[in-house]
Design a protein around this ligand. Structure first.
Ligand code: FAD
Length: 468
């Protein structure tokens, strides 16, 4: 796909969108469909942000296509296209394997209810009550209760149940037991609908389809274009500085992280002390590490499940899950059905990670830490796919430094910010007229579904502002 080189973009647009994550892409598309002239500037050479992929040794590896909730079906149909919606398919075999329990589930509410009742011997009424409570939670609820308190209320002392309910969510958005139960309730309920879904054809196909739609709707797409500054004059944004060019716009939407947007792009001088004192309480979420395995052509293995939540740690601990030598990881197994046009077997091991653990290593120590991480993943994977070492012809790995380099996100955050970030993101335009933020914040607005839905919400705000 050919994008517009920076020296060919116009001097003035209605809206400039900084960043091509799913939030930025969706927002740009909605605004273009509403008739606005939109320029999208992305610092990386490909679109998608964290919704990304790369090619190595003849394989295509997906970075963040591990699973999303059923809500994506409606969202993609309504805000993108029927073609995109039609490629969403279910992952049927979600495996949990740890010292407390081993099971396979469709990750639907019905199946979870059955498992909690039959395998974990909980009474039906309590389980139903729990599901009804989390489903009824909404944004305006009391934020006082933590997820730990919620679990203790319904399943006191049952660390096995807490693990089943929490581990997938900690992988999905980095949250811990000590965060507002409301964030857990919203994300868990999204998944606890009909199960976990994926995109047939892979991330490259999805982003390609989105890029085609964006260009069809008139969005100017420009990659390799890092925005250095958002221009703010007299409390309003006037555009952006990118390379040696200034581009004017009535509104700027930043899909860069909220911390980057305020600290580096607009600059703290643009904001009031009161706003900054709230902003300074925002905590960024953890980052990730991954190991990617490509299976030699001609080799195969049996179906071991689509998404495996594995751990040899005695109990669930979000701190343990972020350690460099964590015993907990997910394996996403991609079979030939993932890309019917280019059938292949790949496996991606994902771990949560702390940026600080990786950031200060010298080159040698960094290389060694990566090798040790690969070895740990191999050892674990061997338990599910015996003989895997002999089948693999390509290995690659990523650390928090990798995520930081490709997305510029503060501390390589994979899931934006904790809850406080949402209010900052939602009110930034009240501080600087015409400046909006879209992208992972507040736990709720993250993940593929959260980012796309947030893109729609922010596009509505921007549309109203530009028209006014
Ligand atoms: C390892 C991993 C696994 C994940 N797995 C899943 C999963 O299975 N399911 C799921 O639903 N979610 C998953 N996620 C989360 C999901 O990928 C993200 O929440 C979502 O893609 C984020 O979208 P976003 O709109 O916030 O933007 P991002 O994807 O964060 O993109 C922001 C974009 O802005 C660009 N940018 C930043 N600064 C500038 C600048 N100054 N100039 C120009 N461009 C700039 C960046 O280069 C980037 O392209 C995963 C994330 C990670 C890291």
């Amino acid at each position: 796909m050919v994008f517009t080189p920076l020296d060919k973009v116009r001097q003035k647009y209605d809206v400039v969108v900084i960043g091509s994550g799913l939030g930025g892409l969706t927002c740009a598309n909605r605004l273009a469909r509403a008739g606005h002239a939109v320029l999208l500037l992305e610092h990386h050479t490909q679109l998608g942000g964290l919704a990304t992929w790369f090619k190595r040794g003849g394989h295509t590896f997906d970075v963040s296509l591990h699973g999303f909730p059923y809500g994506m079906v409606k969202t993609c149909k309504k805000y993108w296209s029927k073609e995109i919606r039609d490629s969403i398919v279910q992952l049927n075999n979600i495996v949990f394997d740890n010292p407390q329990f081993s099971l396979t589930t469709t990750f639907s509410k019905d199946d979870f209810t059955r498992i909690l009742h039959e395998q974990f011997t909980l009474d039906r009424v309590t389980v139903d009550d729990f599901f009804n409570t989390v489903r009824a939670m909404n944004f305006y609820d009391d934020l006082g209760m933590t997820t730990r308190e919620l679990f203790e209320k319904f399943f006191p002392g049952r660390s096995d149940v807490h693990r089943l309910l929490m581990e997938p969510i900690t992988y999905a958005n980095g949250s811990t037991l000590d965060e507002p139960a409301i964030t857990y309730g919203i994300v868990f309920s999204n998944f606890m609908n009909r199960g976990v879904f994926t995109f047939e054809g892979g991330t490259d196909r999805l982003i390609g389809m989105m890029a085609t739609d964006l260009q069809h709707n008139g969005v100017t797409l420009c990659t390799g274009a890092k925005v250095e500054r958002i221009i703010v004059e007299n409390g309003k944004t006037k555009g952006v500085v990118v390379g040696d060019r200034e581009i004017s716009a009535s509104a700027v939407v930043s899909n860069s992280g909220i911390t980057n947007t305020i600290d580096n792009l607009a600059g703290r001088d643009a904001f009031s002390d009161d706003f900054l004192s709230r902003f300074d309480k925002v905590v960024v979420n953890n980052s990730s590490s991954q190991v990617y395995f490509g299976i030699r052509k001609g080799e195969a293995f049996d179906d071991v499940g689509d998404l495996l939540f594995t751990s040899t740690a005695k109990e669930f601990s979000s701190e343990e899950m972020r350690r460099m030598d964590t015993k907990s990881r997910t394996f996403s197994v991609y079979y030939p059905k993932t890309r019917p046009d280019a059938p292949d077997y790949t496996v991606v091991a994902s771990m949560n990670a702390n940026y600080a653990d990786w950031a200060d290593l010298d080159e040698q120590a960094y290389g060694r830490a990566k090798e040790e991480m690969v070895e740990r993943c191999f050892d674990d994977l061997e338990r599910y796919i015996p003989g895997i070492r002999d089948k693999v012809d390509t290995i690659e790995s990523a650390t928090p430094q990798t995520f930081n380099r490709y997305t510029l996100h503060t501390e390589g955050t994979s899931f934006g910010t904790k809850f406080e970030g949402l209010d900052i993101s939602r009110t930034i335009f009240k501080e600087v007229g015409g400046l909006f933020h879209v992208g992972s914040v507040g736990i709720i607005m993250s993940g593929w579904l959260g980012a796309i839905n947030y893109g729609v919400i922010v596009a509505n705000d921007v549309d109203a502002y530009v028209r006014s």
